[in-house]
Write a protein that binds this ligand. Structure first.
Ligand code: AMP
Length: 546
């Protein structure tokens, strides 16, 4: 027997409609590319999104399922494009401008983007690439008439003029909740980028989870600042979750340096912020240099890469902001696990609590996790055994756009994340590595992430990376690559001495190399492929040891 509940579709337009009605004056504050701070309420955002949707449909001939790209910072116009495009049934394809030009060309052509919405910053970039983007019928420059640049882009359209042509009597269509809504290509360190296609239903379910206490506990009491870009897994879902609960949202635009981020966090009284460890390093350094504090800031979400213990400690002990360590991927919408503490942890010492917080956290409802060995057999959840991390759930991808990569699920419907992890008896997951980055020494695995995080605990180390170097006896041994803090004197011996007792003896790096900078991917992760290339002719001092 079936139940008798109404079959209302879960649609992205419902999020902004709700915010307009119940939190119409709650602000969206943006640092604009043009310079000034812009502020307005959800009500206005919804009207402009609807105008945009109608202009897309009636003026530009955009149809349900068409892909519309964005190359833009976090800002109110980008938010309107999120809602206008998905709300009318087209697909909002966010592109990471930090990708190599060839990757952007590949992605736009693969997605067959019909129009591109671009911030002023990226006009020169698109001018250079436009010749190779045959599918693009026009470029909407996200600015007003006054700031429209002289450009060689064919069919350059002024965003504000397009909005003016929209009809505010336009009504959001009732779409099937499985309709594709947005598209994000993974930056993939090998092979071509692959497209993850989100849908309305998965996006709304994901937003609900972001709001739960076991998720990020976002509510109308919060002002949230996503530093994580809207082109990186939909800014971790915050542009959808914030309107769902009526949280004020603060958009940092192009300025992500410590001083600019600090200023916005402070003046807008931000309570919750989210980003990758590299941006937090800049913020913490800025705050340390200026002795400044953020009394309103309650929670800092750290994800994308492992949050080092020293970073968690700095936020909590020096600045009174609780760290929420989270794990996810573009393929998982992205929220998979959140590192909230359980009641029993309240009785523990600070150091014991940190032992829990450095882990990536427990699965939120809806996300199932498993760890398996090379043969696909489940491994014990004892916090020690580590294996391939598999994930399953209603906001986890079942395949890449246009079938790239073939069937990516195993027989049980699980997706292999490419991460290596442990699961402890309480359900806390800890990433020990990417499967291609673990150092395979004598048949055992050494976690490069663990070594890196331990090393950056040293006061004179700004950043650290570990790669496996071929070794005749052990197959691979770890090399620690270090960027010193400015002005610091540091020797290999001092670094190794610091690691003693903090890691297993056989994990001790065979060498330490000092470099000026460590390369990063477009989403802020250490680019191990480039480091491997850089050190491909390097020989460990232990190479000839018996
Ligand atoms: P992306 O799709 O670019 O967001 O990358 C997803 C990958 O980032 C995951 O598969 C992990 O390898 C890594 N990642 C995300 N969050 C964390 C975290 N908290 N700790 C360690 N690695 C993480």
């Amino acid at each position: 027997m079936l139940g008798l509940m109404q079959d209302r579709p879960l649609l992205i337009s419902s999020l902004i409609e709700y915010a307009a009605r119940y939190h119409g004056n709650t602000e969206i504050v943006s640092r604009t590319v043009e310079g000034p701070i812009h502020r307005y309420g959800y009500r206005e955002c919804e009207v402009r999104s609807r105008r945009l949707a109608s202009a897309l449909a009636r003026k530009l001939g955009v149809k349900v399922g068409d892909r519309i790209a964005t190359v833009a910072w976090n800002g109110y116009r980008h938010m309107e494009v999120y809602y206008g495009v998905s709300g009318m049934g087209a697909v909002c394809h966010t592109i990471n401008p930090r990708l190599f030009p060839e990757q952007i060309i590949y992605i736009v052509n693969h997605a067959e983007d019909a129009y591109m919405f671009i911030d002023l910053t990226f006009v020169p970039l698109l001018e250079k690439l436009a010749d190779k983007l045959g599918c693009v019928k026009g470029y909407v420059v996200m600015t007003d008439r006054e700031h429209m640049p002289d450009t060689s882009l064919k069919n350059a359209i002024c965003y504000e003029e397009l909005i003016e042509q929209g009809d505010d009597a336009y009504a959001w269509p009732d779409l099937d909740e499985r309709t594709a809504s947005s598209l994000c290509y993974t930056s993939g360190t090998t092979g071509n980028p692959k497209g993850v296609m989100y849908e309305h239903r998965s996006t709304v379910l994901h937003s609900l989870i972001v709001l739960t206490g076991e998720g990020l506990a976002l509510s109308s009491q919060d002002a949230v600042l996503p530093i994580v870009p809207m082109f990186h897994a939909n800014a971790w879902g915050l542009p959808y979750a914030a309107p769902m609960c009526g949280a004020k949202i603060v958009m940092p635009g192009a300025k992500l340096d410590g001083a600019s981020v600090f200023e916005l966090l402070s003046t807008e009284k931000v309570t919750l912020t989210a980003g990758v460890p590299t941006v937090w390093l800049m913020l913490l350094n800025h705050m340390q240099e200026h002795g400044s504090t953020l009394p309103e800031l309650k929670r800092v979400v750290i994800g994308g890469s492992a949050a080092p213990r020293s970073m968690i400690e700095a936020f909590q002990d020096k600045h009174g902001a609780h760290v929420v360590h989270a794990w996810g991927m573009t393929e998982t919408s992205p929220l998979g696990t959140v590192g909230n503490l359980l009641p029993k942890h309240a009785r523990m010492s600070k150091q014991e609590q940190l032992d829990v917080q450095v882990k990536q956290g427990r699965a939120v409802w809806g996300v199932e996790l498993d760890i398996v060995d090379d043969d696909g057999k489940s491994m014990p959840r004892d916090g020690k055994a580590f294996g391939h991390l598999l994930v399953r759930g209603p906001w986890v991808t079942k395949g890449y756009f246009k079938g790239e990569g073939g069937n990516i699920l195993n027989a049980g419907g699980w997706f292999d994340t490419g991460d290596i992890a442990t699961l402890d008896p309480d359900g806390y997951m800890q990433i020990t590595d990417r499967s291609k980055d673990v150092v395979k020494s004598g048949g055992e695995w050494i976690s490069s992430i663990d070594l890196e995080n331990t090393a950056v605990g040293h006061a004179d180390i700004a950043e650290a990376a570990v790669i496996g170097i071929p070794h005749p006896k052990w197959s691979e041994r770890p090399l620690l690559i270090v960027v010193k803090r400015e002005g610091a004197e540091l020797t290999k011996e001092a670094v190794l001495h610091y690691l003693e007792g903090k890691i297993a003896k056989w994990w001790m790096p065979d060498d330490v190399q000092f470099v000026d900078a460590i390369p990063h991917t477009a989403t802020g992760k250490i680019l191990k492929t480039a480091l491997r290339e850089q050190f491909k002719d390097y020989k460990l001092p232990t190479h000839d040891d018996e």
